[in-house]
Design a protein. Sequence first.
Length: 131
Amino acid sequence: MWQEQSRLAHEFAERVREATGQELDFSLESLAVLDDLLDQWLHLAEVYGGEQPQDLTALAQPLAAYVGETLRMAFGGRWIERTGRPVLQLGEVVDLELLPLVRVILGRQHPPAFARLAAALERELEERAWK
C-alpha cells in the first residue's frame, strides 16, 4: 500500500516540476506552494474550460498521495488500507482518507487548504501527545 502511494506522490511531484518549474519537496512548506498551484489550476480550468470547466479528476489520486506522503513524512504516520482505499494513519489516533477531500477541492466545492490541514494536524497531534 505505502509503496503505491509513494510512487504516485513522487510521480506527481515530478510532473509538477516539469510543468511548472516548482519543486515539491515533501516538506510541510511545499503544501502552501501546492495550495497556490491548485488555486491557479482550478481558476484556469474554469476560465479556459468553456461551458464545462476542465475535468481535473485525473489528478485526484496522485494529489492525495502527495499530500499524504508529505504528512506521513512530517508526522511519522503510515498507510493502511480500509475498504479497499488508502488511509493515512498518524500517531495511531488520527486516520485520514484524503481522496474525498481532494475530490471536493478539485470539484471546486472548497478552496485548496492543505497547508492549513497540516497546521491543524500538528496542533491535534501535539495536544494528544500531552494527554
